[in-house]
Design a protein around this ligand. Structure first.
Ligand SMILES: Cc1ncc(COP(=O)(O)O)c(C=O)c1O
Length: 348
C-alpha cells in the first residue's frame, strides 16, 4: 500500500493554464481581466498596517459580507467569503459529496469539478450538453447530492436563463450550485433563485470581473442555513486580512467596476465579429472569453502556430472541444495582435 489514499494515487490533479514568465507574451489563455484592478484596491493594500498582519484576520470577513449583501439585496449572513471561487467548490464537495452522494454536471465544463470529485472519492455523473450547450433535460433526473451548473459556462461562454435553472432546482434532489465565476460579463444573474429556493448556492469570483485573480477572493450567496453548514467545513481563516481589505475596496468602487466590464464587453463584441470574418464559428458568449472553431483549419495547428508567435490561448485535446480554441478577451492591442496572427495562419 502506498502513502496516499487509492483515489489520490490514481488522480491526475488539476492542470492550470500555462503561466508564461516572459513579459512580451500575449496571454489570452486563463481568462484573466486584461485591465488593472480599481486604484482603490491598491490604496487599501498600501494602508494595511503591521497590527493587521500580526493579528489573525476576521474569520468570516464581515466587512466584505456587509457590502456584498447590500449589492445583492440580501443580509450579510447570506454571504460567505472564500479564498477564490475554487475554495467554495472544494467546500461544497466536502460538505455534500461522498461515496453514496454523487455529483453531477453538464460537460464540457470547468475541468476542476472532476478533480474535486476524485479527491473527495465521490462518483461524478457527467451529462453531455448538446451542440448548442442547452441545459440537458437528463440532469434533473440524475438525483445527485450536488448538481453544478457553470453559468456562463466555461469553456463555451453560453448562458442558461434563471427560469430554466429554476425548473432544474425544483426537480433536482440535493443542492444546485450555480458557478457564476463569469457572470459579471453577462446581462443577468441567478441571485433571485437563492431567494426562491432553499437548495441553491451561487458561486462568485473576484478574479474576473474585478481583475483580482492574484488576490484569491470569491464568495457564496445562499440561505443562512446553507452558509452556516458550509462554514463548518471552511479553513479557520480562509481569507486573509489583505485580501478582505482589497476585495472590500474593489466592490465599493461600483463605477470603476461598471466601466471595466463595459470595456471587456465592447472588445468581446469586436473580437467575435472579427473572428467570424476570419471564418471562425462560435456561440454567443456572456463571459470574458469565446470558444472558437475554424471552418477549415485544425484548432491544434492554429494553437501551435500562435505559441510560436508568443500568443497563448487555451486548447484541450478533449472530446467535444478537440477542434476548438478558448480565447480570453484581451485589451484592444492584444486582440489586434491575435487577429493579425490568425489572419496569416488561416490564410496560409
Ligand atoms: C468556471 C470557473 N469557476 C470557478 C473558478 C474559480 O475562480 P477563482 O478561484 O479564481 O475565484 C474559475 C477560474 O478560472 C472558473 O473558470
Amino acid at each position: 500500500m502506498g502513502y496516499f489514499r487509492d483515489n489520490i494515487e490514481k488522480a491526475k490533479g488539476y492542470e492550470p493554464g500555462f503561466q508564461p514568465v516572459e513579459a512580451d507574451v500575449v496571454k489570452l489563455n486563463t481568462n484573466e481581466n486584461p485591465y488593472p484592478p480599481s486604484p482603490a484596491v491598491m490604496k487599501a493594500i498600501s494602508e494595511i498596517g503591521p497590527e493587521q498582519l500580526r493579528r489573525y484576520p476576521d474569520p468570516t470577513g464581515n466587512a466584505f459580507r456587509e457590502v456584498m449583501a447590500q449589492i445583492n439585496g440580501v443580509e450579510a449572513d447570506w454571504i460567505m467569503c472564500c479564498n477564490g471561487g475554487d475554495d467554495l467548490l472544494r467546500m461544497a464537495f466536502t460538505a455534500f459529496c461522498d461515496r453514496r452522494r454523487p455529483v453531477t454536471y453538464p460537460v464540457p465544463t470547468y475541468s476542476l469539478y472532476p478533480v474535486l470529485a476524485s479527491i473527495q472519492n465521490c462518483r461524478a455523473i457527467e451529462v453531455p450538453f448538446d451542440k448548442e450547450f442547452n441545459l440537458p433535460a437528463r440532469l434533473a433526473r440524475v438525483k445527485a447530492a450536488l448538481t453544478i451548473v457553470c453559468n456562463p459556462n466555461a469553456p463555451s461562454g453560453t448562458f442558461i436563463s434563471a427560469g430554466e435553472l429554476g425548473s432544474l432546482t425544483s426537480e433536482a434532489k440535493g443542492i444546485l450550485l450555480i458557478d457564476e465565476a463569469y457572470v459579471d460579463f453577462a446581462e443577468r444573474n441567478c441571485t433571485e433563485l437563492v431567494k426562491q429556493f432553499d437548495n441553491v448556492i451561487i458561486l462568485r469570483s473576484m478574479s474576473k470581473g474585478y481583475s483580482l485573480a492574484g488576490l484569491r477572493f470569491g464568495y457564496a450567496i445562499a440561505r443562512p442555513e446553507i452558509i452556516a453548514g458550509l462554514m463548518k467545513v471552511k479553513d479557520s481563516y480562509n481569507v486573509d486580512a489583505i485580501a478582505i481589505a482589497a476585495a472590500t475596496a474593489a466592490i465599493k468602487d461600483r463605477e470603476y467596476f461598471r466601466q471595466n466590464i463595459e470595456k471587456v464587453k465592447l472588445e468581446r463584441k469586436r473580437l467575435t465579429e472579427q473572428l467570424r470574418d476570419l471564418g471562425f464559428e462560435m456561440p454567443e458568449s456572456a463571459a470574458n472569453f469565446v470558444l472558437a472553431e475554424h471552418k477549415a483549419c485544425r484548432a491544434k495547428e492554429i494553437y501551435e502556430k500562435l505559441v510560436q508567435r508568443n500568443i497563448h490561448v487555451r486548447y484541450w485535446d478533449k472530446v467535444g472541444i478537440e477542434n476548438k480554441l478558448r480565447i480570453t478577451v484581451g485589451t484592444k492591442e492584444q486582440n489586434d495582435t491575435l487577429l493579425s496572427a490568425l489572419k496569416e495562419i488561416v490564410s496560409a
